[in-house]
Design a protein. Structure first.
Length: 498
């Protein structure tokens, strides 16, 4: 990681020198050692797959949900919803909260969670289904997107950016989501001049915390959810085990993006903790954290976030840097893995395949490695783009690093040295497309990975296709003190705050 990070800095400096006026020397990429993480944040934004793997999000983006976009809210009250509340992008996610399980909680009181029976109901206290409210955005919604699994109530770092930067350490427990919603909307109203309508976060599906339902939505319909049938098995939060797996399949359909143009992000102007001179990976940890940083180290991020909101509008047009990142990943992901697969057993074979990748960027009448790197690194960058942004700096640093390693590999004669360099590059890039299930899933299966609160350590270490939910196994997610470790038990505590 250190080798490749240093190489990224050197590659970007070399590339700027070679490019002359093509790229501004005022690229606002402060911490070039984290360029790969910024690139991956852009690539994974509003995508369930990458955001689940990189679940400790470190970035804030301005977001827009277009007028007339359909959104969903599950409730045990068919009446109009006003004020602050939650919305889902998928109807199945909304139906989760219309489950009879939540009716039982409403009757018995939220503090009786552990005593809720898992099977059936009784004649004296039947479990009733709720209603699915379907809304349409009454206007373009101005939102703040917090990346990663930012709605996952864990102590693993999924809430760091919210609790430390947005809420100034005033939230102390993972399950204080009602307090988060109220504090966010108070901040937007009192300090940010109502320039933001709510927050987009992700858990088992994307959600919106909207500050004013009455102002921002119009009702399309309200429909009754299906009743619970004890023959379908245990009643869990959100329905039966089969209901929950159906929700997971819906979530999996958004692995590669929310779809339909339902969310637009501003990639030219965003705030990411990766772009500050702080150590996010304490003691070489695998997951980025803010928890160990003193409050004063976070002040620049807080100020920059406020400046982002006050000086830029979510409706602004921006370069789609995610689309550019996609082209880079799609271009090199398979080739890089092929190079280190062992199927190329000699330097000659490696050189032949690498040169085929680089051939469009080589002038065979006048070989020049610096120019070859430049041509390779800029192949997906249209002319006249604003290159003085964080996104531009991160994308050019990553593309330059890839091309530098490939060009240098052609100049290296030792097979093991080439392979080691390529393996370090792959480790540095850490693209989530390489974490896919090893087998192709059948039509009724999904590639199952941990998405809070579901998933086991085994699912994280060895993702596989599944046609039914996991049962048992140690949960991947941390557990509140005194609570069991199995993922089945984690499901019962998913929504303690509601």
């Amino acid at each position: 990681m250190i080798f490749s990070s240093c190489l990224a800095v050197a590659a970007l400096a070399l590339w700027k020198t070679a490019s002359g006026s093509l790229v501004s020397n005022n690229v606002t990429l402060i911490n070039e050692h984290y360029a790969n993480h910024i690139f991956n944040a852009i690539h994974s934004s509003m995508r369930q797959w990458g955001s689940s793997w990189n679940h400790n999000g470190m970035s804030f983006f301005l977001a827009t949900v277009p007028k007339d976009t359909l959104l969903y809210h599950g409730s045990h009250d068919p009446g109009p919803v006003t004020g602050i509340n939650w919305l889902a992008f998928e109807p199945e996610h909304g139906l989760f909260f219309a489950s009879p399980w939540f009716d039982k909680r409403r009757k018995d009181g939220a503090q009786q969670t552990a005593q809720i029976p898992l099977y059936g109901d009784t004649d004296s206290n039947p479990l009733q289904p709720g209603w699915l409210h379907t809304y349409a955005a009454a206007e373009d919604l101005r939102l703040l997107y917090i990346d990663g699994l930012s709605a996952a109530k864990t102590g693993m770092g999924t809430l760091d950016t919210q609790d430390r930067i947005l809420f100034n350490d005033s939230i102390t427990q993972p399950h204080q989501d009602l307090e988060r919603a109220e504090l966010a909307c108070k901040l937007f109203r009192d300090d940010w001049d109502n320039r933001i309508d709510g927050i987009i976060r992700m858990e088992s599906g994307f959600e919106i915390i909207l500050c004013d339902f009455a102002r921002n939505l119009r009702t399309v319909r309200v429909t009754r959810a299906s009743p619970y049938d004890a023959r379908d098995g245990p009643l869990l939060p959100g329905g039966t085990r089969n209901d929950l797996f159906r929700l997971y399949k819906v979530i999996a359909s958004r692995f590669d993006g929310i779809g339909g143009g339902r969310v637009r992000l501003n990639y030219d102007h965003f705030v990411t903790a990766y772009n500050y001179d702080v150590d996010l990976f304490l003691d070489g940890g695998k997951l980025p954290r803010l928890a160990h940083l003193p409050a004063e180290a976070l002040e620049p991020m807080k100020q920059d976030l406020r400046n982002l909101v006050m000086t830029h509008d979510p409706f602004e047009k921006s370069v789609d840097w995610q689309a550019i990142a996609d082209m880079i990943v799609e271009r090199y992901a398979r080739d890089l893995k092929y190079f280190v697969s062992g199927k190329l057993s000699s330097t000659r074979e490696l050189h032949f395949e690498i040169e085929r990748v680089l051939r469009p960027f080589i002038n065979f009448d006048a070989r020049d490695s610096i120019r070859e790197i430049e041509r390779c690194a800029t192949q997906f960058l249209p002319d006249s783009l604003p290159y003085d942004t964080v996104a531009a700096g991160a994308v050019t640093a990553v593309s330059s690093t890839i091309c530098t390693v490939l060009v240098r590999s052609l100049q290296e004669d030792d097979y093991e040295t080439i392979i080691t360099s390529l393996e370090r590059l792959i480790d540095y890039l850490s693209w989530t497309v390489w974490k896919d299930c090893p087998e192709k899933c059948d039509w009724n299966e999904v590639c199952f990975i941990p998405i809070w609160p579901a998933g086991t350590v085994e699912d994280h270490e060895h993702p596989h296709c599944k046609d039914k939910p996991s049962s048992g196994g140690k949960s991947y997610w941390d557990r509140p003190p005194g609570r069991p470790e199995s993922q089945d038990d984690m499901l019962l505590y998913r929504y303690d705050e509601l």
